[in-house]
Design a binder for this molecule. Structure first.
Ligand code: DLL
Length: 432
């Protein structure tokens, strides 16, 4: 028997869901038209007015929003409520220049936490549970979102945040954590540490809620076997709210989208054409209940498939598969969004040529980032001391730009393979 947080919503008829979506979309478009000059201008340029939007079928008439729009409108240009009514900001894990700042009213926070509560109850969470939240707290949405959801369910919430594995394990064993929320790579690392320290018998975990980065079915099986618990996926993005845009149920065959708050579409990333269920393309979301930061047709760049097959859990929301990659070049390394262009900017600013290669790997379940940089004959120096110094300085510059450590290796001129077509800048060796 499934465990729902809001059964009347989560198992509503398709007709009811469509009715909510139609009504809410119409109101949302009016709200945005009246309060967000930036989006109103985009609508005017496309020749659309709120009168043209009568329901979900008209969604395709509306212009898309992209990360570029967010950057252009930074920080307040897409805000739909006065700042005095906003109570929180959250931000993406990406850093300098690429940051997205999302605003929330109290009602926005409340609905977001409902979504996270649904995710926790879908994995069997109740008020008897001890919910251990090891996503980062702060600007990142992972910690605050699941923390709020856990409170709503009534779990005893452990706001651990990320890092300090010894302390995580101590609380997990002493306080008997039964549900853990963290990135899948951290879960795998915790599983390994538990094994190494022989703590298996002291662990009471029954379920994990893992997301914020791509992970495979193999990884799921591995974590489930090691920790004798069930591992569930959760998806979300800062622009749309945070974790809980969609979540897995006991069937573990994709994530139910909280369709009373978000309308999902799949489009062809090259043409913008809307694709039917079952076809692979870029995931696009429209927020229909958000007050402060309502994204309309926001292009996530995540490549995905939507399905509307009936689910045995009783939920009637459609499902999305695990994201299968991105239609832009964003990498997620240790949970941090990294764009190759950020690395290139640093190299060029430091006087290096744009001949470089970024190698991402996963060693012992932890992501590694290495940048191979070619020296010009002018800066080429055979003094090992000098090279080490230059590498150190680049490591510091990259850390300042990306917020994470990247190993740097300076290589001799003309040693990075030239390609005949597009340069192969990124080698992602992670098997996901
Ligand atoms: O990662 C929100 C989140 C926190 C989701 C905790 C789940 C759990 P951002 O930092 O804005 O927000 O990054 C959003 O991360 O567009 C995807 O590319 C990727 N992503 C998120 N969840 C998953 C997942 C949070 N379950 C970007 N599988 C998204 C694969 C995911 N990729």
């Amino acid at each position: 028997m499934s465990n729902y947080y809001q059964p009347e919503i989560e198992t509503a008829s398709r007709e009811q869901i469509l009715q909510w979506q139609n009504e809410r979309l119409v109101n949302q478009i009016k709200h945005v038209w009246d309060n967000v000059p930036y989006y109103r201008k985009k609508m005017e340029e496309k020749g659309v007015t709120p009168d043209d939007i009568k329901g979900v079928d008209d969604l395709k008439k509306l212009p898309f929003l992209t990360k570029d729009d967010l950057r252009e409108a930074y920080p307040y240009g897409l805000l739909a409520k006065p700042l005095s009514e906003c109570v929180r900001i959250q931000s993406t894990s990406g850093t300098t220049g690429k940051r997205v700042v999302a605003f929330y009213t109290q009602n926005d926070i409340d609905l977001w936490e409902d979504c996270c509560a649904r995710a926790i109850m879908a994995v069997g969470g109740t008020k008897e549970d001890v919910c251990h939240v090891s996503y980062g707290y702060g600007l990142f949405t992972g910690g605050p979102g699941l923390n709020g959801g856990s409170h709503k369910v009534g779990c005893l919430t452990l706001p651990m945040s990320s890092g300090n594995t010894e302390r995580q394990l101590q609380f997990m064993t002493d306080l008997g954590s039964t549900i853990i929320c963290c990135t899948p790579s951290y879960a795998a690392y915790l599983a390994e540490s538990i094994y190494e320290q022989g703590l298996q018998d002291k662990i009471k975990l029954k379920a994990g809620i893992f997301g914020a980065e791509a992970w495979s079915e193999d990884m799921r099986r591995d974590i489930e076997n090691k920790l004798h618990m069930k591992a569930y996926d959760i998806y979300g993005l800062t622009e749309i709210s945070g974790p809980g845009v969609s979540f897995e149920c006991e069937e573990q065959t994709g994530m139910h989208i909280n369709e009373d708050h978000f309308i999902a579409e799949i489009i062809n990333p090259d043409t913008g054409e809307v694709l039917p269920y079952g076809e692979k393309g870029e995931l696009v979301f429209t927020c229909i209940t958000k007050e402060a930061f309502p994204m309309i047709r926001y292009r996530t760049r995540d490549i995905c498939v939507l399905t509307n097959e009936k689910c045995s859990c009783g939920r009637t929301f459609i499902k999305m598969c695990k994201p299968m990659g991105r239609s832009d070049d964003m990498l997620i390394v240790k949970g941090v969004n990294v764009f190759p262009s950020q690395i290139e900017t640093v190299l060029i600013q430091q006087g290096y040529p744009a001949n470089y290669q970024i190698v991402v790997d996963r060693v012992n379940n932890s992501d590694t980032l290495e940048v191979l940089v070619e020296m010009t004959p002018e800066i080429f120096s055979d003094s090992l001391g000098k090279i080490t110094e230059m590498e150190k300085s680049l490591v510091a510059e990259l850390k300042a730009m990306l917020g994470i450590y990247a190993k740097v290796k300076l290589v001799a001129p003309k040693t990075i393979a030239r390609s005949e077509g597009k340069a192969v800048r990124v080698i992602d060796k992670r098997k996901i």
